[in-house]
Design a protein around this ligand. Structure first.
Ligand SMILES: [Zn+2]
Length: 59
């Protein structure tokens, strides 16, 4: 794994990633949880999102 300190381009469309929020769903096996306002990098062109590692740690 490499943790680049800079925000890289979107691998899908080459757009710029911006700091933002996203909504994710988690299925632990006994239901479905929707978690809103999760910190993430969001592509401003195609809308793809990448959840911050720190955010995954609190789930
Ligand atoms: Zn993109």
């Amino acid at each position: 794994m490499n943790d680049s300190p800079t925000i890289t381009c979107c691998p899908l469309c080459g757009g710029e990633k911006r700091e933002g929020k996203t909504t994710i769903t988690v299925e632990p096996g006994y239901g479905l949880f929707v978690i809103r306002d999760v910190p993430a990098k969001v592509c401003e062109l195609c809308g793809a999102d990448w959840i911050d590692d720190a955010a995954l740690g609190i789930l």
